[in-house]
Design a protein around this ligand. Structure first.
Ligand SMILES: [Mg+2]
Length: 282
């Protein structure tokens, strides 16, 4: 019986710039054995091709359809649930713009909108064609005017969508403000609460399972986050292998109430391989 594995990236396959030893090889072995491996990430800044390159370098080559990032899931959500939306104001990095364009949306970059606002006020944004949706993720170029442009568009009726609400994300040395920090600023300024696409909401897991034509409740989610991966897995009825290779300690996993515990805990790639072999006997 083949498995459906929905695999988080940061903290599982790699930690920032460093690979987690052995995990890419375990996943490649499972894919070669016929398991469906789909990668899911809340990261809102990158384009799918970036992950294809990274995973190939790590020894686990994939096709872009096996990567469901928060920006990709956001673009698919807009096409499915808001087919009338043509033009989107994107507060984010270039990866978000590219994913939105890939599904045929016209993207008004928040930097462009803010420039026009600075010169002409909100009418400057409207003159560029009023966006019917505002999408927000991590925007390394965030400015006051970008928040203002997004809030004005939302108040004028644009649908507000957040790639995710992670408060922070880890880099090699520091925690940096995550999409949630930026989304909250726009939420407060506009008075509108967004639809959230990324983990712990279920949508990323649903789209990842649907990418291979399967049901998310049959998945095994492999992730390192309790409030993200485990919560999203529980939301779709999937089992979780909680990895201790990222943000979660064994003590934190043990402290979870019985109802919220993961299916299994794995300390490293070797334990992950053993668990998966036991689940899918050859
Ligand atoms: Mg993670």
């Amino acid at each position: 019986m083949s498995l459906l594995l929905l695999v988080d990236l940061d903290g599982v396959v790699y930690r920032g710039a460093d690979p987690v030893p052995g995990v890419a090889a375990v996943l490649m072995t499972r894919a070669n054995a016929g398991d469906h491996v789909v990668y899911v990430t809340n990261n809102s800044m990158h384009y799918r091709a970036d992950y294809v390159t990274r995973l190939t370098e790590l020894g686990a080559p994939v096709t872009p359809d096996r990567v469901v990032s928060a920006p990709r899931a956001t673009a698919l959500y807009l096409k499915e649930h808001h087919p009338d939306v043509r033009r989107v104001l994107a507060v984010g990095a270039s990866g978000l713009d590219r994913e939105l364009r890939d599904v045929g949306l016209e993207v008004v970059n928040a930097g462009f909108a803010a420039d026009r606002m600075g010169r002409e006020g909100i009418d400057g944004v409207a003159a560029a064609g009023a966006p019917q949706a505002v999408v927000a993720g991590v925007d390394p170029q965030l400015t006051y005017l970008r928040i203002a442009a997004a809030a004005d568009c939302i108040r004028a009726g644009a649908t507000f969508i957040a790639t995710n609400r992670d408060p922070v994300y880890p880099t090699e040395r520091w925690l940096r403000p995550g999409a949630g920090s930026i989304v909250s600023a726009i939420e407060v300024a506009s008075g509108v609460t967004p639809v959230v696409i990324g983990k712990p909401e279920p949508l990323l897991m649903e789209q990842a399972a649907h990418a291979v034509g399967l049901d998310p409740k049959d998945a095994i989610v492999i992730g390192d986050g309790i409030g993200t991966d485990l919560a999203a897995a529980n939301a779709v009825g999937a089992r979780t292998i909680l990895m201790l290779t990222g943000v979660t300690t064994r003590a934190a996993a043990d402290a979870l109430p019985a109802a919220d515990r993961p299916f299994k805990v794995a300390a490293d790639a070797a334990e992950l391989a053993q668990l998966l072999e036991a689940l899918a006997p050859a």
